[in-house]
Design a protein. Structure first.
Length: 475
């Protein structure tokens, strides 16, 4: 059903209608549209713009449509342009032409902005809950490997030994920041555009504050032009999704390396790996690789939206139809990806012996020599130089640092005695790094305990938010 046309002598041409048509993707907003329509109807009735009898009939029809849309009984047809026209068609089929009275005081401009905010609020809460599940899985896995030593890397080169639990837990820290970003996003995004009309508000006496409260918003967008043209909330959501995707990609990259023959650190569960159609021996880390791949898709959606909105003048422009497909794609792909990565992480088994054997390779304990000399009063540049000479001497002799003789040590620095060998072991190297953020097992245990407290609090908060928002949607 067309929502306009009185001043036109022709209907849109077939090519124009095909270009304009959006119902095949914006139907995802249907239940949110019906919920915002109920709030608008209540405002129309409360201010005597629609009488009680008609409002009751329309309300009953909206309730029927909600059930029929949810079950799939009511769906768009080829002549429907968008979600709004499809649902108005359904409403008029049930109520008659007077059902169109609900259009008073609103435009598709404020209607779609409201629906889209409701959709994103709902789905960003869901993303937060799924991200928390992954963060919890990482934390649980990290707690199993707190006392296990592995090489830490910079530049993909062995750097210093670390607790492998510490290595794993870093991913939970980055995801915790993502959760915080969603929380901040919700504060900025839970403002209602409903009542802004096409751009100038409405001359009808509407209770826009009451509608906002009814829909679960915390207030009303202060400027009606901004209300219909703003897509900051979409761009920011896509940035958060992109950054979560980047963090998942980093997990995917590490798991792909861990699973390689060269590393051989992790055994992936069969449920989170795939085989080859030609090489029967293969076990491929496809979940990890798809995490890497989809990050590009998320970043692409963000880039596309920013490009669409960067030069839009004044209020609403039809360019903004382009905001939805890429957002739906990003949201749905992230919600597809998160449970798979959570399962991959939770089911991973690491080879403790192989990681420990690899930890001292590449002279990763050289910094212990420098620190030993610093404690003897040597300025760090000199201590660093001496440690480098120790590494060079080992390379010449094809031995490890701990195998340097007393005479070799003394030749490098008169303060470098055999006592340094007490520091040239993996467990000692970890134990002494006992700062609040260090890799000492006791420090890592406290870090993980704090992570668990934070994850638990965030999970409760988002579960409560989901329950509250779902309650608003179900009214």
């Amino acid at each position: 059903m067309a929502l306009w046309g009185g001043r036109f002598s022709k209907v849109p041409g077939e090519a124009m209608f095909s270009l304009s048509r959006s119902v095949h993707f914006d139907w995802r907003l249907s239940l949110y549209d019906l919920r915002s329509s109920l709030a608008h109807l209540n405002a129309l009735e409360a201010n005597s713009i629609i009488d009680r009898s008609l409002a009751s009939r329309i309300r009953s029809a909206i309730g029927e449509l909600q059930r029929e849309v949810a079950s799939g009984k009511f769906a768009p047809i080829t002549s429907d342009e968008d979600v709004h026209s499809a649902l108005e068609r359904g409403l008029i089929e049930k109520v008659g032409p007077e059902g169109g009275a609900i259009r008073a005081g609103r435009s598709r401009n404020d209607q779609v902005a409201t629906d889209f905010r409701l959709y994103l609020i709902d789905h960003m809460i869901e993303i937060a809950l799924e991200t928390l599940k992954l963060s919890s899985a990482i934390t649980d896995l990290a707690s199993q490997y707190v006392s296990d030593v592995a090489p830490g890397f910079t530049h993909l080169q062995h750097a210093q030994p670390v607790s492998f639990g510490h290595e794993l837990a870093k991913h939970a820290q980055s995801l915790s920041r993502d959760i915080s970003r969603i929380s901040d996003w919700l504060k900025r995004s839970k403002l209602s555009p409903l009542g802004a009309g096409a751009l100038a508000g409405s001359s009808l006496p509407l209770s826009v504050e009451a509608s906002a409260t009814e829909l679960g918003f915390t207030g009303v967008i202060a400027n009606s032009i901004d209300a219909v043209s703003d897509r900051d909330f979409v761009a920011e959501a896509l940035f958060i999704i992109s950054l979560i995707g980047v963090h998942l990609s980093r997990i995917g990259e590490e798991w792909s390396l861990y699973a390689s023959i060269e590393f051989g650190w992790v055994e992936l569960d069969d449920a989170y790996a795939t085989g080859s159609s030609i090489m029967p021996q293969k076990k491929n880390p496809d979940a990890a690789e798809l995490a890497r791949g989809k990050s590009g898709r998320f970043i692409g959606s963000l880039t596309a939206l920013l490009t669409v909105i960067k030069g839009l003048p004044f209020a609403y422009n039809r360019d903004l139809q382009e905001d939805k497909e890429l957002t739906f794609d990003a949201v749905e792909n992230l919600l597809l990806l998160l449970p798979a990565i959570t399962g991959m992480v939770a089911s991973s088994k690491f080879n403790r012996e192989k990681m420990r054997a690899s930890a001292p390779l590449g002279f990763s304990l050289a910094t212990e020599i420098a620190d030993f000399l610093v404690l003897k009063g040597v300025a760090f540049p000199g201590a660093h130089e001496a440690a480098g000479k120790a590494v060079k001497r080992c390379e010449e002799l094809a031995i490890e640092l701990v195998q340097l003789s007393d005479s070799d040590l003394k030749a490098i620095s008169p303060l470098l005695t055999g006592e340094v060998r007490n520091r040239l072991n993996l467990d000692s190297a970890l134990k002494v790094r006992d700062s609040i953020n260090g890799t000492a097992p006791e420090s890592v245990k406290k870090q993980i305990a704090n992570l668990r407290v934070r994850i638990s609090a965030d999970a409760r908060a988002y579960a409560s938010e989901r329950k509250r928002f779902s309650g608003m949607m179900d009214q």
